[in-house]
Design a protein around this ligand. Sequence first.
Ligand SMILES: NC(=O)c1ccc[n+]([C@@H]2O[C@H](COP(=O)([O-])OP(=O)(O)OC[C@H]3O[C@@H](n4cnc5c(N)ncnc54)[C@H](O)[C@@H]3O)[C@@H](O)[C@H]2O)c1
Length: 276
Amino acid sequence: MITDRLRLDGRTVIVSGAGGGGIGTSCARAVSEAGAVVVAVDRDQDRLDAIELPGELVRVRADIGTPEGVQAVVDAAPGTLFGLVNVVGGSLIPHWAPALDFGREQWDAALDLNLHHVMFLSQAVARRIVEQGGDGSIVTISSTGGVVAAPYHVGYGTAKAAVLGLTRTLALEWGRYGIRVNAVAAGSITTPRATSAPQDPAVAGRGVPLGRRGTPDDVAGAVLFLISDLAAYTTGAVLPVEGGALQRLGLFDDENIPVHVTNPQILARINGTSEN
Ligand SMILES: NC(=O)c1ccc[n+]([C@@H]2O[C@H](COP(=O)([O-])OP(=O)(O)OC[C@H]3O[C@@H](n4cnc5c(N)ncnc54)[C@H](O)[C@@H]3O)[C@@H](O)[C@H]2O)c1
């Protein structure tokens, strides 16, 4: 059955940033429900301790911004290492500023949190998979802010765009080892620490064709698809999970009316009030 391809039984999957109670925790739960042995990674012990999964779980406290942390994570992965979900990242309040004022420290911090570990943890995982004889899958959580502009958030937007470039490059280089590399462009997702979007549902859906913010499970569903053999012929892809927000140009308002159209006949036709 094609649904069998969703199963990850006997496969070890590392989830970085699994302890946040948001996207990482949902991804860990999703791959665990699909049968994977989960290596949950976080630098925060309390968050790690709070993770509960239905299947086998290895908790690893590590800072994946360091080479030692990366090595510790891969060394702790039992059995056949198959997958990696790169979740560590985020948009912190001090990282918001006009580009004219953006400081070197802010820049370094945003790129450290969102970019560098994606390369080096993916590399360490891929080396292990190659040693095992190949066959693996890596998924990275990027953002709509990495696909289109991220005004006043230049460090985050640049880092999230860079991980998409990295995804494509790694997909090309590692296809020969049977390692697929894909990314998710998450939109506005309700998580415990999300800083950039309103919690008020009345405004949270603005600009989103599906009319609401996403949930961590919305992202985890896309991750589960991409990491599993259901996506066996997909690599280098960026899957938007954004309620359609990326699909609407600013030339259209929330009702999908083109903002530059003032002709009453056209507006009447769009609104269904035209008599001919
Ligand atoms: N929430 C949103 O609206 C949204 C939208 C688009 C993309 N994203 C992306 O989704 C991802 C997860 O977002 P979230 O809000 O669930 O994050 P979160 O802050 O809740 O979780 C991230 C976890 O990573 C851990 N972490 C941070 N640096 C680490 C390091 N160096 N080593 C080990 N662990 C580390 C933190 O302790 C935390 O538990 C991020 O990459 C974020 O950019 C989120």
